[in-house]
Design a protein around this ligand. Structure first.
Ligand code: NDP
Length: 592
């Protein structure tokens, strides 16, 4: 029997010792050489000064999914622009050993059915996901117009010509009738604010710029053989750290895992996908059915739905539903649901903590690896080799008791007053979140009447569906906020946004219009719908340990009330959007 009050008190105590006044300001953005592309040389090319129908900023899933749907709708000149050397977005940059999707490939990897690819594993590894991005690019001819190693510096609406003017750091100055923005939430790597970090004289790099020349090995899993005689520290135990550690543990002479907050590490249960089984289920429309099933199983309400994916994400809601099914329908009020959520969470986290004891041999290390917070306070992790790595004699957990690494010197890291000499420091310290959109994107958007996006959103985001913004004709935002806001399977958000955008562009042509924009009224009404759901950020529950989900535990700005999704949840949003598209009314939009 779980003692809820004692557990809650522990959660609060663990949170309190991690709270720090500097919040997100504790981190530093990486800049200059250290963020240069280590994977592909920058090819010289002539600047572009032409016109395309559609320009898209970002060559990750958002750009690929939107580009694919536009091509299907007959737009042949989609130009995707990305600072990376190829398609892939996060999967271009994150080639660290062990990188793997945390959401089942069948629903996570985009456009499987269209490209005819069968995932090889339940949770595909990064090289396969990146190859799928390239496959999409080839299948839809998106390479023909793409510009890589190119950063957009300026995006301005030309009202007289009804075009967007786009400038880049490669001297391009071209126009596009429509633009899309899919710069992603996790593309600006950050470093922890550890005193002395700049004084370190050994080797160091961020996980999103993995230095295989130094470590040996490769993203396919070859051993990191050059680390055999090295003392390595990895700082950060989030979703990235969890995946790298087992690979480092196999080869490093000595590995120090520096932990500030333990992640919850549930069972992974990866397995190859059987081709015969896949052939039996891959009937027309299969991926859309799987996508909807995965979302329904987490956010679709209480009706029992067959669970196709069967994993840690659907398990969370399966537990809640099992509790609620026992309660008569007329008694299922909000309080009952909140309690069922809480009880399921206590049960789940207790199991996850018990797993640490079962796996880790050293009892003291096991204690320190236990996560004391509700599962969705931090990104849930799933792995079957991470905890096991702490049984290796060359691996030491340096737990900082919530305080972080104390100092870095020229030759060592310092934790709790003890110096640990190291040859290499690997920063698994994550990506900038919570900064204004235009700061992370690296450019502002200047719309009608010189309205800048940073000004339009200065006191919070406003949009229709998270996609269309008043004052910015022919511009589409491909991201999850103010739409489904589904976090367990981000590509599903983009799949649906891409569909809508292609339909709206096709409709613009059909009507002989040159521009489309959400009306002020259409935008206001959507924002009203969103706010009517009240504050409901499950990710920033009061007792949550600090992290990027909850603004590092600092009070949320007034603008944060707009950072929400559809009040009835992702499954309901996708159904609503399907209806919106099918109605043909394009409610909220004006074509001119
Ligand atoms: P995170 O921001 O999740 O983790 C950063 C880590 O660095 C945390 O453990 C943090 O500790 C630690 N840290 C920060 N400052 C210090 C310090 N001063 N001393 C010691 N430790 C410190 O970054 P990740 O790259 O791990 O993950 C980012 C996101 O990327 C994930 O949440 C997920 O959305 C996505 N991702 C997805 C994957 C997938 O689907 N397969 C794989 C990897 C990432 P603390 O927790 O205390 O802040």
């Amino acid at each position: 029997m779980i003692d809820k009050e004692t557990t809650k008190a522990r959660y609060r105590a663990e949170r309190d010792k991690r709270l720090r006044a500097d919040g997100t300001a504790q981190y530093h953005r990486l800049a200059g050489e250290v963020v240069a592309d280590p994977y592909a040389p920058v090819e010289p090319r002539e600047p572009k000064t032409d016109h395309v129908t559609f320009a898209f900023v970002g060559g990750g899933f958002a750009g690929l999914l939107t580009g694919a749907r536009l091509v299907e709708a007959g737009v042949k000149d989609v130009r995707i622009v990305d600072k990376a050397g190829d398609f892939g977005g996060a999967w271009y940059w994150n080639r660290y050993p062990g990188a793997q999707c945390d959401t089942a490939s069948m629903v996570y990897m985009p456009l499987l059915e269209e490209t005819g690819h069968r995932p090889t594993e339940k949770y595909a590894h990064a090289p396969e996901i990146r190859a799928q991005c390239q496959r999409i690019g080839q299948h839809y001819g998106l390479y023909d117009h793409a510009l890589f190693h190119t950063e957009v510096t300026d995006l301005t609406w030309d009202d007289a010509q009804s075009v967007w003017r786009i400038e880049t750091d490669r001297g391009d100055a071209f126009t596009a009738q429509f633009i899309g923005l899919g710069t992603g939430p996790l593309h600006v790597p950050k470093l922890p604010g550890i005193p002395g970090i700049e004084s370190f004289k050994g080797h160091s790099f961020h996980t999103s710029r993995w230095d295989y020349d130094y470590t040996g090995g490769d993203p396919l899993g070859a051993p990191l053989s050059k680390l055999a005689d090295k003392r390595v520290a990895i700082i950060g135990t989030g979703a990235t750290g969890i995946q790298c550690v087992p690979h480092l543990a196999k080869t490093c002479g000595q590995l120090f895992v520096c932990q500030r907050t333990p992640s919850s590490v549930d069972v992974r249960g990866n397995a190859p996908i059987d081709p015969d089984w896949f052939a039996s289920i891959a009937t027309p429309g299969w991926q859309q059915r799987w996508l909807e099933n995965f979302t329904d199983n987490q956010t679709g309400g209480f009706a029992t739905t067959e669970d196709l994916v069967q994993d840690g994400w659907t398990d969370m809601w399966r537990r809640v539903r099992a509790r609620i099914e026992n309660i008569p329908a007329e008694e299922r009020d909000l309080a009952v649901i909140v309690e069922a959520l809480e009880d399921s969470d206590f049960e789940k986290m207790d199991e996850i903590r018990a797993r640490v004891d079962a796996v880790v041999d050293d009892a003291a290390t096991a204690q320190r690896l236990k996560a004391w917070y509700r599962q969705l306070c931090k990104r849930p992790c799933f792995h079957d080799a991470y905890l096991q790595a702490f049984n290796n004699s060359n691996v030491s957990l340096l737990d900082t008791d919530g305080k972080g690494v104390e100092r870095i010197t020229e030759t060592a890291i310092v934790v709790a007053g003890v110096e640990y000499p190291v040859d290499c420091v690997i920063y698994a310290s994550g990506f900038e979140m919570g900064s204004p959109y235009t700061e992370r994107a690296g450019f502002d958007l200047v719309g009608r009447e010189s309205l800048a996006l940073s000004a339009a959103w200065s006191d919070g985001m406003r949009s229709l569906h998270g996609v269309y913004v008043h004052g910015f004709p022919n511009a589409f935002f491909v991201q999850a906020t103010q739409g489904a806001a589904l976090i367990s399977n981000v590509p599903h958000n983009y799949t649906e946004a891409g569909r809508s955008i292609a339909l709206v562009v096709a409709e613009t042509f059909k009507r002989g219009a040159s521009r489309v924009e959400v009306t002020q009224d259409g935008q206001d009404k959507w924002v009203e719908v969103l706010l009517a759901g009240g504050p409901r950020n499950l990710l920033s529950l009061p007792d949550c340990t600090p992290g990027y989900y909850n603004n590092e535990g600092q009070p949320l700005s007034p603008a944060a009330r707009y950072a929400v999704g559809y009040p009835q949840g992702p499954a309901a949003y996708f159904r609503y959007l399907e209806g919106w598209r099918k109605s043909g009314a394009f409610e909220g939009l004006a074509f001119e």
